[in-house]
Design a protein. Structure first.
Length: 241
């Protein structure tokens, strides 16, 4: 068993609509620990320097951290990696919230998106069920409207959503990818890449556990971190009021 990681990547070709589930490359995930590293290696291997940021060959890679989905404090980060339209080189943006843990609960470590959809779509991940669905009714909506509509449409409370608004749809270089009420991936034109691929949103629902090698030790270490955090907070409060 490969502890920490879920063990599966999702490969989505938006041009053809093809969806594949592939076992992760254990060498890469052991060597380039964490989503920043694994995403960067995947982009390095698969996107040549001459590929334009708005080319179908550019990838949009969403990866969850190795501790995401465990009880480790603050282990909730998702890294989104792509060739930036702003700098024309590798770029990434990191966001918090609950998307990364939910992706791991669904059984996936990384979503690798290639190609361009001919029409607006959103990606729906519900444990083993993975679908591209029509998003024409969402195109033109802002991010809060989009999330509200998707929650009502899917009739599921425990879902997490990444989405873009009108700026991303129009490939504005400063466009962000939004999650929840306040988490944002806003470096290097992440939202513009998602909009160029005509992907309005990624929605995840997951119900699995994340396996760790030594649960008792993880509980112990997590408790130590929380206790130390509490001490520091009290010291700051005592000093500054």
């Amino acid at each position: 068993m490969f502890y920490g990681w879920a063990g599966t990547n999702l490969e989505i070709d938006l041009s053809s609509g093809n969806i594949e589930k592939k076992e992760i490359d254990r060498k890469i995930f052991s060597t380039f620990l964490g989503a920043k590293g694994t995403n960067a290696r995947i982009l390095w291997d698969r996107v040549p320097p001459e590929v334009d940021a708005f080319s179908p060959e550019n990838l949009l890679i969403v990866g969850a951290g190795v501790l995401a989905g465990t009880m480790a404090p603050s282990a909730n980060r998702a890294t989104i990696t792509y060739k930036s339209p702003v700098t024309d080189i590798h770029s990434y943006s990191v966001l918090g919230g609950y998307f990364a843990p939910r992706l791991k609960f669904a059984g996936y470590d990384t979503i690798i998106l290639s190609g361009k959809s001919p029409t607006p779509v959103y990606l729906w991940i519900d444990d083993d069920r993975v679908e591209l669905r029509d998003a024409s009714h969402l195109w033109g909506k802002n991010t809060r409207e989009t999330q509200k509509i998707l929650r009502e449409e899917l009739e599921e409370y425990e879902i997490e959503i990444l989405c873009i608004g009108q700026a991303g749809e129009n490939r504005v270089y400063s466009a962000s990818i939004e999650h929840g009420p306040g988490a944002s991936a806003s470096r290097g034109g992440a939202g513009a890449i998602m909009g160029d691929k005509r992907l309005k949103a990624i929605v995840v629902h997951g119900t699995r556990d994340v396996n760790v090698a030594d649960p008792a030790r993880l509980v112990e270490l997590s408790q130590t971190i929380l206790e130390r955090t509490g001490v520091v907070r009290r010291q700051i409060y005592d000093r500054f009021g």
